[in-house]
Each structure stands twice: as structure tokens, then as C-alpha cells.
Ligand binder design. Structure first.
Ligand code: ADP
Ligand code: MG
Length: 677
């Protein structure tokens, strides 16, 4: 690939430092792009500066001293042909005192501010020069770097790569029509000419930036679509549409499917009838009714003599699925098996037998489902609820329980903005349930400062005495699980003491699964009116009579977490409220999050706001997802490029496989095959 650019010819310590930045070859150096730029191509006269300018000034030191009061500071004065500039250092080394001795000729770079004694610069960059030393000819790039690797050396290595590495195009020229070439773009970004538009460069909106963002998006789409195609080339059981079981279940339900549920089911049903494995994500806001769609999909497999499995991330959620599935499927004469880490040996052995013999048509469970001992007779469909809670590897293990490859349905209650799902889920087909079942009353959200806790307690008591039920969610304490538990237990004791007339329960992540289930079951039966909980209730819990939720320290929680928690109420016909208790003072970020959750109850809108506030990298574990991360492209700014890349990827994969290979090699290098399988 690269002619003379042999990375191993660089000094060993430099190689080690570059590796820390993830750079392992000359291409990596080329694609290590500047964070920002500084303009050292001109020298400005002191007379011409304006407040706030970033400028370079050259002159001679005419005064230099260390003052000790009120605190230690190094002050020097630099004289040019037009005036004087004060240089101020609050931290400095002895070497800097020497560098700033009277009589030295220096070029200083920094922001000028008007001080009491005229213009000054605090902590400028300083460079010793001789009279007539030429200024740099390009804007100076500033790179992300690591301890032990100076900007100057990094620039040197990148220059080396620009001069020696191959900068050829990977994809056919037609791909880029309106954008500059690869080599030209890299030069424009690493060595921008003095007349370049500094603002556009910093904003990453120049054609050169666009070109590289597009390259990167193409790499991402190509790699994900290639995985999609690879999985599609596997064989799967073609499951003909159901004639008996689906109509029978639909007829037994007390409700009709919503339009959105019906559309999702049609898409799934069509996929299941194919000879290759379905790879579909079912997205729908909390409470949109994904579970029944999953049950109906399972029936299509069962009717053709195959088994289906549903895996959920927590025992509480899995158990709830079990009850629903049993109530729907048992009347149809179908056996539902249960597998969890906490069940006793006898129950487990029985379940394993029923799964292996094929007697169990549907298997519901937790992580226990993909353990080694679990042998399915004929697994035709694997359903994963709250799929983002599982790792890539775990989902893979479940799929491997089928022979041939089972169809795969993933579900997520975390709505994802469209751009992100095109990027994050580029290797899946997506069905969206964008409509809630009718008859839900909207949840009223209130923000209440913690100082007004007593009023909130009163409100909880009133609601419970009038026959509804309430959740009290304890604060998230990320630093310490022990502390979180302690807080939950204290809150529980306190609320029990405050409400002698109510039955109060406690559920937290450290309880044994059986204890947890007992508490949840008691709450479902309305034997407990108030449930004190840690964030374990975040996913899936469905108790329609619960109409009030209090969330303590709501300012510590993320948007999607708040949205999921709030979705535990508003599931019945009663008017529901969610009270977000917050502690002042609020950080700006927390204030914005609370504003979003207060103003919106639409999961997609909240997800978009979350993305805008946090940026895609921080968004719901995208980093752990196995999806190649974007370093240059920005899904908000570069949305049009993403659409283009998405459209083009299929054509390129079909018509130019070797070009695609070269492109992925450049962008993902050795990681090209590490993305999810
Ligand atoms: P989620 O999508 O969050 O998993 P669930 O599947 O738990 O939502 O459904 C939430 C509630 O709505 C359940 O009690 C379910 O039985 C009910 N439900 C589902 N679909 C409909 C519908 N079409 N009409 C009325 N209620 C429905
Ligand atoms: Mg659910």
C-alpha cells in the first residue's frame, strides 16, 4: 500500500507513543487530523491588535522580572517597532525565566487582552528567533496528542507520512464528483495555506473535511452492509405465514393491534418466510406494545414446527414476559418453558429436557438461555428484548443455538434518532412502532426542588390512600453500588416510618432474584402500595395501576434513563404523574436535560435531544457496540453525506468489491474484521 512509508523506520519511542493514539501505520498518521489551527503565518504589530485577537507578535524583551506579591508571577515586556506588549506567566519554569531575559528576540503567539498597562498576553507560546527568521507558510495544525509526544514531533511524523505514503484513491472517481481528491484533501487539512478560511477549517466545513467525512462514512456503511450481506448469505428455515396460530391469538386478545404494530408484524412475517435469516430490529417507545408483536412472530415459527426463544436482560423483565407468554400461548395448547440463573435444579433439568425434546415451543429466559447446556431441538427464531443491554458476543451465542441459523428479532425501547440508527444499525433492517395503543392518558411531569420534599410525601400518601400505587426511585450513585444500596435502604426505612398506613416494599439490584420477584409480584397484586426501588425497575416493568412516580436526584440521570423510568407509569387508564426531585444548584447540562424531559414525552424527540446534548460517541453505549466509531464525520452536521454513503454502499459492494476492500483496509485496517458478526 505505502511505497517508502515504512512505519517501523520511525524511532521506537515515537512508534510507542503513536500507538497510544491508535496510530500503527503511515495511513493512521495521515488520518490523524488536526483538532484546530493557529495562524502563525503573519506577524502583527502591537499597534494593530484588537481585543481578543489571536496573533503572533515579534520583538525584543526590554524588561523581565519575577514578582512575588500578591502571588508569584513572571512578567516581561516585549517591544516591537510600534509599541509594547506585556507577557504574563502564572506558572513557569526556571528555563522560561532564562528564555525571557532582557535582550532576547522572540516570537510570541496568543490572545491579546487589554490590561491595566496596555496590551498583554497570558501564557503565550514563545519561540526564540533571529531577525529575519521566516514565518511559517501554512496555518499551524494542532493535533490531539499524548504525554511525551510534542506537537512539533507529531507534525514532523505527519509531514513524513504526507511525503512518503501512497495517497491514491481507493474508490472509483465517480463516487466523489463534487469533492476534492484524497491527496489534495489531506494536504489541505494538514498544511492549510495562509489564505485558507480559518473559521470554516475549525468548523470542519471545508470541502477537504467533507471529503474525509464522506470517506469515513462510506467505510462505516460498507463494513456494516458487508456484514449484513454475509449473514444474509447463510441459510435459515423459511417459515410460511401462519394460518392458524396468529389468527387464534389475535382473536383472543382484548384489544386490536395498532396500525404500527400491524405494519411491524407484516414486515417481520415477510422476513420469516425467506430462506435467509431475518436481521430485524423492532424499535418502539416504552409501552408501544412490542411484546405482543414478538409473541405473534414466535407463533409463525411454532406453526411450522420450529421453536422460538425470548431473552431479556433482567429476571424481573424475563419473568414478566413469561407470564404474558403463558397467558397468550397456553390457551392455544402450546408449552412455554422458563430458564433463569436462579431456578432450582429440578425445574432447570425439566426445562432443559422440554427444550431439547422440542416439547417446549417457546422458551423465555435471561442470560441463562445461551449457556452451554441449553440444547434446542429446532430453534427457528431468537428474540432479544432490550437488545442494547446485551453484548455482541451474547447475541451471537444465542444465535448459535440454532442449526441452521435462526431468524433474529431484536427489540429496543430506546428510540434512536434516524441518523444514528442509519449509522449504528446499518447492518439491520428496522421496524418502528411509532404509535401508542389508544386510551393512554399522557403523563404529567413536574420538576420539584428537593427543598419541597414534604409536599411530595403528602402527595404520595394521598394517591396511595385513594387506591393508586406509586414508585419511589432512589438516586443513582454511580461511584458506589454499596452507597446506592445504603441510600435505598435508608429511604425505604424513612418512607415506611412516614407512612404507617401504607404497605411499602423495597426492590434493588443486590437482592436475590427470588426475593426481587416476590416483591414485584406483591406490587402487581396491589399488596404493596408504594415501591421503593433503585433503577433496576428501569426496563420493562408493567404494573398498570401504578400512576405516580417520584424520582430522586433526577439531575443525576441520563435522558433515556429518565424516559424509561417515567414509562413505568401511565400504563393504565388513570391519569399519571411523574415528579422529578432535583437538588440545586443544577449544572447547565442537568438543567437542559430536565428541560427536555419536562417538555417532551416523545421518545424519538428525547433521543434526538440526547444526541444533540451528548454527541454520538457518548450515546447509549455506542462505543461498546462493535460499530466502527466515527472520528471525523458528525451525524448531525453530515447527515446528507450519510444518506449518500448509505445509498452508494450497496452499489459499491456489488460492482467494486476490490475497491471496497482497499477502502476498508485504509480506514479500519486490522480492525476491518472485528466489527460485529
Ligand atoms: P413495550 O413496547 O414497552 O414492551 P408492552 O409490550 O409491555 O410495551 O405493552 C405495554 C402494554 O400495552 C401491555 O400491557 C400490553 O398488553 C398493552 N398493549 C399492547 N398492544 C396494545 C394494543 N394494541 N391496544 C391496547 N393495549 C395494548
Ligand atoms: Mg418491553
Amino acid at each position: 500500500m505505502s511505497r517508502a512509508a515504512d512505519f517501523s523506520s520511525l524511532p521506537k519511542p515515537a512508534q510507542a507513543n503513536l500507538r497510544k493514539l491508535g496510530i500503527i501505520d503511515a495511513q493512521g498518521l495521515l488520518l490523524h487530523l488536526p483538532l484546530r489551527y493557529v495562524d502563525e503565518t503573519h506577524i502583527t504589530l502591537v499597534r494593530d491588535v484588537r481585543q481578543g485577537d489571536q496573533v503572533q507578535i515579534e520583538g525584543e524583551i526590554v524588561h523581565s522580572e519575577v514578582q512575588y506579591r500578591p502571588r508569584k508571577v513572571l512578567i516581561a515586556r516585549l517591544q516591537d517597532d510600534s509599541g509594547q506588549l506585556t507577557l504574563r506567566f502564572l506558572h513557569f519554569y526556571p528555563s522560561q525565566i532564562a528564555q525571557l531575559k532582557v535582550g532576547r528576540r522572540l516570537r510570541v503567539f496568543g490572545e491579546v487582552r487589554g490590561g491595566f498597562f496596555g496590551w498583554e498576553m497570558v501564557h503565550p507560546q514563545v519561540r526564540a528567533v533571529r531577525e529575519g527568521t521566516p514565518v511559517t507558510e501554512t496555518l499551524t495544525p494542532v493535533y490531539p496528542t499524548t504525554a511525551g509526544l510534542s506537537q512539533a514531533s507529531l507534525r514532523k511524523y505527519i509531514d513524513w507520512a504526507l511525503d512518503n505514503a501512497a495517497l491514491e484513491e481507493t474508490l472509483p472517481a465517480a463516487v466523489y464528483t463534487d469533492l476534492p481528491g484524497y491527496a489534495e484533501s489531506l494536504r489541505a487539512l494538514h498544511r492549510p495555506p495562509p489564505d485558507a478560511d480559518l473559521y470554516a477549517l475549525q468548523e470542519r466545513s471545508t470541502p477537504a473535511w467533507q471529503r474525509l467525512a464522506y470517506e469515513e462514512l462510506l467505510a462505516q456503511q460498507l463494513s456494516m452492509r458487508r456484514h449484513y450481506a454475509k449473514r444474509r448469505s447463510l441459510g435459515a428455515p423459511a417459515l410460511a405465514p401462519s394460518k392458524l396460530l396468529i389468527p387464534a391469538l389475535l382473536a383472543s386478545l382484548p384489544f386490536a393491534l395498532t396500525g404500527a404494530q400491524g405494519r411491524a408484524l407484516t414486515e417481520i412475517s415477510r422476513d420469516l418466510a425467506q430462506r435467509y435469516p431475518m436481521q430485524r430490529l423492532l424499535q418502539g417507545d416504552v409501552g408501544s406494545g412490542k411484546t405482543i408483536v414478538a409473541a405473534l412472530a414466535a407463533l409463525q415459527a411454532v406453526e411450522q414446527g420450529w421453536q422460538a426463544a425470548i431473552m431479556a436482560p433482567t429476571e424481573i423483565l424475563a419473568e414478566q414476559h413469561l407470564h404474558k407468554m403463558q397467558s397468550w400461548l397456553q390457551p392455544l395448547g402450546l408449552e412455554v418453558a422458563w430458564l433463569s440463573g436462579s431456578q432450582n435444579k429440578k425445574a432447570r433439568t425439566q426445562a432443559l429436557e422440554a427444550i431439547a425434546s422440542g416439547a417446549a415451543k417457546l422458551v423465555v429466559g435471561t442470560h441463562a438461555l445461551f449457556q452451554e447446556q441449553v440444547q434446542f431441538a429446532r430453534l427457528g427464531l431468537a428474540i432479544v428484548d432490550e437488545q442494547h443491554r446485551f453484548g455482541v458476543q451474547q447475541r451471537l451465542l444465542l444465535r448459535q443455538k440454532g442449526q441452521p441459523e435462526p431468524h433474529q428479532l431484536m427489540m429496543s425501547a430506546t428510540p434512536i434518532p434516524r441518523t444514528l440508527s442509519m449509522s449504528y444499525y446499518a447492518d439491520l433492517d428496522v421496524s418502528v412502532i411509532d404509535e401508542l395503543p389508544p386510551g393512554r392518558t399522557p403523563i404529567v411531569t413536574r420538576l420539584v426542588a428537593d427543598a419541597r420534599r414534604d409536599e411530595v410525601l403528602q402527595r404520595v400518601r394521598d394517591a396511595c390512600l385513594q387506591g393508586s400505587q406509586a414508585y419511589w426511585v432512589c438516586p443513582l450513585i454511580e461511584e458506589s453500588e454499596v452507597l446506592q444500596l445504603k441510600t435505598a435502604e435508608e429511604t425505604y426505612a424513612l418512607l415506611q416510618a412516614s407512612f404507617p398506613e401504607l404497605h411499602v416494599g423495597l426492590v434493588h439490584g443486590r437482592m436475590k432474584p427470588a426475593e426481587k420477584q416476590a416483591v414485584m409480584a406483591a406490587f402487581s397484586r396491589n399488596e404493596l402500595q408504594l415501591l421503593v426501588a433503585t433503577t433496576v425497575i428501569e426496563v420493562g416493568v408493567d404494573v398498570p395501576n401504578a400512576s405516580l412516580m417520584v424520582i430522586e436526584h433526577a439531575e443525576r440521570m441520563g435522558l433515556s434513563q429518565l424516559h424509561q423510568l417515567r414509562g413505568r407509569v401511565g400504563r393504565g387508564a388513570a391519569r399519571s404523574s411523574c415528579i422529578l426531585l432535583y437538588q440545586q444548584p443544577l449544572s447547565e447540562m442537568a438543567r437542559q436535560r430536565l428541560k427536555v424531559i419536562y417538555e417532551s414525552s416523545d421518545g424519538f424527540e428525547i433521543a434526538q435531544a440526547d444526541l444533540n446534548l451528548r454527541g454520538p460517541g457518548e450515546y447509549m453505549g455506542v462505543r461498546q457496540s462493535g460499530v466502527p466509531m466515527l472520528k471525523i464525520a458528525d451525524l448531525t452536521r453530515d447527515e446528507p453525506l450519510l444518506h449518500r454513503a448509505r445509498q452508494l454502499a450497496e452499489d459499491l459492494l456489488r460492482d467494486h468489491p476490490s475497491a471496497v476492500e482497499a477502502h476498508l483496509q485504509r480506514w479500519l485496517g486490522h480492525a476491518a474484521e472485528l466489527v460485529k458478526v
